[in-house]
Design a protein around this ligand. Sequence first.
Ligand SMILES: *[C@@H]1O[C@H](CO)[C@@H](O)[C@H](O)[C@H]1NC(C)=O
Ligand SMILES: *[C@@H]1O[C@H](CO)[C@@H](O)[C@H](O)[C@H]1NC(C)=O
Ligand SMILES: *[C@@H]1O[C@H](CO)[C@@H](O)[C@H](O)[C@H]1NC(C)=O
Ligand SMILES: *[C@@H]1O[C@H](CO)[C@@H](O)[C@H](O)[C@H]1NC(C)=O
Ligand SMILES: *[C@@H]1O[C@H](CO)[C@@H](O)[C@H](O)[C@H]1NC(C)=O
Ligand SMILES: *[C@@H]1O[C@H](CO)[C@@H](O)[C@H](O)[C@H]1NC(C)=O
Ligand SMILES: *[C@@H]1O[C@H](CO)[C@@H](O)[C@H](O)[C@H]1NC(C)=O
Ligand SMILES: *[C@@H]1O[C@H](CO)[C@@H](O)[C@H](O)[C@H]1NC(C)=O
Ligand SMILES: *[C@@H]1O[C@H](CO)[C@@H](O)[C@H](O)[C@H]1NC(C)=O
Ligand SMILES: *[C@@H]1O[C@H](CO)[C@@H](O)[C@H](O)[C@H]1NC(C)=O
Ligand SMILES: *[C@@H]1O[C@H](CO)[C@@H](O)[C@H](O)[C@H]1NC(C)=O
Ligand SMILES: *[C@@H]1O[C@H](CO)[C@@H](O)[C@H](O)[C@H]1NC(C)=O
Length: 568
Amino acid sequence: MGVRSLLLCGVSIAFPLLVTADACKDENVQNETVAEDQPFAFNCTLFPTTNGVVNVTWHKTSSKIALSKDIQLRIHQEHTWILFLPLAQEDSGIYHCVIKNTDGCYRIPLNLTVFKKHWCDPSRRSPANLSDDYIQILPTGKSGSLTCHMHFPKSCVLDSVKWYKGCEEIKAGKQFAPSRMRLLVYHTSAEDGGSYACTARLTHAGRTYLVRNSIIVSTTGVGSGRRIPNITYPRNNSIEVRLGSILTVDCNITDVKENTNRRCWRVNNTLVNDNYSSSKRIREGVESNVSYTDHIFYTVNITFLEVKMEDYGHPFTCHAGMSSAYIILRLPAPDFEAYLIGGLVTLVVLVVLVLCIYHNFKIDIVLWYRRAFLSTRAIEDGKLYDAYVLYPKCPQESQGHDVDTLVLKLLPEVLEKQCGYKLFIFGRDEFPGQAVANVIDESVKLCRRLIVTVVPAYPSFGLLNMSAEQIAIYNALIQDGMKVILIELGKVEDYGTLPESIQYIRQKHGAIQWRGDFTEQSQCAKSKFWKKVRYCMPPRRYSPSSSVQLQEHTPCDGTILAWGLITH
Ligand SMILES: *[C@@H]1O[C@H](CO)[C@@H](O)[C@H](O)[C@H]1NC(C)=O
Ligand SMILES: *[C@@H]1O[C@H](CO)[C@@H](O)[C@H](O)[C@H]1NC(C)=O
Ligand SMILES: *[C@@H]1O[C@H](CO)[C@@H](O)[C@H](O)[C@H]1NC(C)=O
Ligand SMILES: *[C@@H]1O[C@H](CO)[C@@H](O)[C@H](O)[C@H]1NC(C)=O
Ligand SMILES: *[C@@H]1O[C@H](CO)[C@@H](O)[C@H](O)[C@H]1NC(C)=O
Ligand SMILES: *[C@@H]1O[C@H](CO)[C@@H](O)[C@H](O)[C@H]1NC(C)=O
Ligand SMILES: *[C@@H]1O[C@H](CO)[C@@H](O)[C@H](O)[C@H]1NC(C)=O
Ligand SMILES: *[C@@H]1O[C@H](CO)[C@@H](O)[C@H](O)[C@H]1NC(C)=O
Ligand SMILES: *[C@@H]1O[C@H](CO)[C@@H](O)[C@H](O)[C@H]1NC(C)=O
Ligand SMILES: *[C@@H]1O[C@H](CO)[C@@H](O)[C@H](O)[C@H]1NC(C)=O
Ligand SMILES: *[C@@H]1O[C@H](CO)[C@@H](O)[C@H](O)[C@H]1NC(C)=O
Ligand SMILES: *[C@@H]1O[C@H](CO)[C@@H](O)[C@H](O)[C@H]1NC(C)=O
């Protein structure tokens, strides 16, 4: 049992190791050319893989055995770094750094070339094309800075940094200001190009070493294209921004690792932080960087806490060494789309409003229009009457009384007296002795409208008599332009009980319901019911001869009552 589980355990450990060792993904070869006799360190990084918790091991060539982590050894691994303290000629070769994390396994080869360098001895040149020189640019006519690139793990302490031009140490003065890993150069001229060097003392585990960088400096215009920092944003573009808003703009730069050029934002050739040092309204952000294998990506932003009028139209320039690119703030153009949408919405609202008003006040508008603009002259169409009134003779007392009141009293009162219409009311206006059918036939022809009154309680035999009704309606229907006004006395519960011709009229012309209670209010031409009737009547005003003026002069509360008393 014990043996079997041991075996299983061994297999389960060895198997993933074997598999992963072979499954490692090879990354690009990293080439390093370094002079011998000085410390050298290389950090194993693979962005973004090495950002989390990772297992890194260093191997020489293809050896399966990892390098030691004993810090006393000349070559050893510290965290993710490989350290040579110091480098020897025989260290040249390929090293592998193996990164294992949850995603998988990566192998980064390091091609290290160690050569003998003769410092400050122009007669004995270094081997051809084997250069460890850093190349940096100084912009002529301006101030610039050089950087000493020394990358070591934290266990290495660097101090006593010295700067050299050629073989002479640089002292602080009018032209140069050494500042630890940086060398500031004021008012660069063409003579400032050439060979520089920086040295530092490195202390590790109680031992000290000397590290040395050589830097080839060219002045603006000399460097090759690849060495020029690439400002990917801004691109000399303008930005629309509202007055008073907060604005942050990134300056994104890709640059080679060796370039040490200062990146900054300027306005009118002054650093923004200097120009707005008191108000701090416009500030340059702290630069951040991301390292890739062959370049570094820098971002430095500029923040306007409040955009002011004076900021518009001036370039704010991002500088990175000899490259520069600017942004110009612009006031936003008026938003035509918003105007258009606003206009359309207003129009739709207006149309809806107008339709609503028309729907609700159609009758009032039409009546007002007739009153205001139509002539009082009678229409010359050979007709004698404005309407022919057809109404039922009801057998029951109360209903019959209502119909008679409406037709014989209210209709003449409102339409004839108040509005000046001329009505033909059957049973009132026919000449005695005439045959009923003839009267109807001839009279209807002389009328412009047919007013039919129905009593819902007695729909089928509520009309005068079948033949009279039929003649009238027949005339109305076949005579083009003859409009029928249907007045219902009360609510009709079931239209199916009405004669077909009435149903047809109702469908075609609609009906006006009489809900009046025969009070004085219902005798007013301005009440809702009479307005509807007048609306359906021909567009003709009361005749001038009419004694009663409708419009303003017919108060519907007081005088009508008086009239009611008189007629009763
Ligand atoms: C290193 O050198 C090899 C061969 O000279 C080349 O293929 C490779 O691209 C180089 N790697 C880098 C990162 O420059
Ligand atoms: C070295 O690489 C590790 C990842 O492998 C990274 O976390 C660390 O920041 C790097 N150190 C430096 C100084 O770049
Ligand atoms: C790294 O590997 C060692 C053994 O080689 C293991 O003990 C450790 O847990 C690993 N760490 C991670 C973060 O994978
Ligand atoms: C390593 O670098 C040297 C010189 O830079 C080059 O000649 C050689 O081909 C490189 N080897 C590999 C495997 O890239
Ligand atoms: C060294 O590089 C130069 C160009 O930079 C080239 O003309 C020359 O052939 C190279 N020499 C060797 C030995 O590779
Ligand atoms: C700079 O970057 C942009 C976008 O990444 C690219 O199109 C352009 O070619 C680059 N220019 C140079 C000189 O590298
Ligand atoms: C932006 O303008 C600067 C001059 O201010 C010029 O040197 C640069 O080439 C321009 N860049 C682009 C992308 O047009
Ligand atoms: C600049 O780079 C940052 C990443 O650091 C990115 O989020 C941003 O979109 C970039 N801005 C532009 C304008 O390219
Ligand atoms: C730029 O600065 C100069 C002086 O340094 C000043 O005279 C000029 O008005 C400034 N221009 C703008 C647009 O700020
Ligand atoms: C600072 O900026 C303001 C506004 O752009 C400008 O008027 C002024 O001249 C600038 N100052 C300097 C020293 O450039
Ligand atoms: C601008 O840069 C600063 C760092 O200086 C950072 O804290 C801030 O988040 C950046 N702002 C934006 C909008 O990216
Ligand atoms: C990148 O940023 C880190 C801090 O975030 C800084 O220590 C380092 O010097 C920067 N690298 C370069 C090349 O500017």
